[in-house]
Design a protein around this ligand. Structure first.
Ligand code: FES
Length: 301
């Protein structure tokens, strides 16, 4: 049996759903301010905030444990290790807040693993804090506490890696579109059959696309074509609501409410942090055609 088989069992552990719902309720009640939520998701960064913060915090903690694992104090006694623990503790509140914000808008199986990930981290942080307190009070080296904390933090990091790489939490789920979208013009069907003001799903080559024909005719023929896959967790965007914001059409994702500008796919509100890939469109006779807008330097055509 491979170690990750056990993690897959956590994904299926329905027993975690009740506590997950309770925690989700708390997170939802606390994180009501959309600007704060967007900041925690990393919309301002164009990248999820949690993984970067977690890497630095976990790196500080684990480095402290490695120093403490060396039997005798290195250099200035336990000071280097204590400094690293203090740095990890200082980074814990923003890291945890960003993590809970992302977690609260993820799938059920992701939340199950996330709950165990957070529990392991809470245990680890508690043990690191206890080690530091012992040192500050002069009641002991806290070395064993630090080593035990490293075990918990390592388990937390392993589960975090599983969430990011296996369950693709925080990954851009539309990243492949500019690579597989057609570089040449493909038919999206008849323009006359396209409803006005209501998004529909069409396919460009094999790629599902979101098509909106706007009543105000903004843009070439008033038509916007985007990938139909939400970059957050792959929801079909054409099932979302189109809202008018200061004369600009935005699409609101039907699953977790990410909001994107229809004209260019830019993220207006998270949890998504990556834009929706865009397609160029044109009308030939009565036929609507589209081709993907390539990422410069990523593909030949
Ligand atoms: S799938 Fe989550 S916001 Fe779109």
């Amino acid at each position: 049996m491979r170690p990750f088989d056990d993690i897959v069992r956590i994904e299926r552990a329905e027993i975690l759903d009740k506590p997950a719902a309770a925690v989700r309720g708390v997170v939802t009640r606390v994180l009501t301010n959309r600007k704060v939520k967007d900041a925690l998701h990393g919309v301002w960064l164009g990248h999820p905030l949690h993984p970067g913060l977690a890497a630095v915090a976990a790196g500080s903690f684990i480095s402290a444990t490695l120093l403490d694992t060396v039997g005798r104090p290195v250099g200035g006694g336990r000071a280097p290790s204590s400094f690293l623990i203090a740095a990890g503790l200082a980074l814990t509140p923003p890291t945890a807040a960003a993590g809970w914000a992302d977690w609260s808008e993820s799938h059920e199986d992701q939340q199950r693993v996330g709950l165990v990930h957070a529990t392991a981290n809470i245990v680890g942080v508690g043990l690191y804090a206890a080690a530091l307190v012992r040192r500050i009070r002069g009641t002991g080296s806290g070395r064993l506490l630090s080593i035990a904390a490293g075990g918990a933090a390592g388990a937390g990091a392993l589960l975090g890696g599983h969430m990011g790489y296996r369950q693709a939490v925080g990954a851009n789920h539309a990243e492949d579109v500019p690579h597989i979208g057609p570089a040449d013009w493909r038919s999206l069907g008849s323009l006359a059959e396209l409803p006005v003001g209501k998004p529909v799903r069409r396919t460009a080559g094999d790629v599902p696309v979101f098509v909106l024909r706007r009543a105000d005719g903004v843009g070439p023929d008033g038509i916007s074509v985007l990938s139909d896959t939400c970059p957050h967790l792959s929801a079909p965007l054409h099932e979302g609501d189109v809202v008018d914001v200061d004369g600009e059409a935005h699409i609101v994702c039907p699953w977790h409410g990410s909001e994107f500008r229809v004209s260019d796919g830019c993220v207006v509100h998270g949890p998504a942090t990556a834009p929706v890939p865009r397609f160029e469109s044109r009308v030939m006779g009565d036929e609507l055609q589209a081709r993907v807008v390539p990422i410069p330097g990523v593909r030949a055509s």
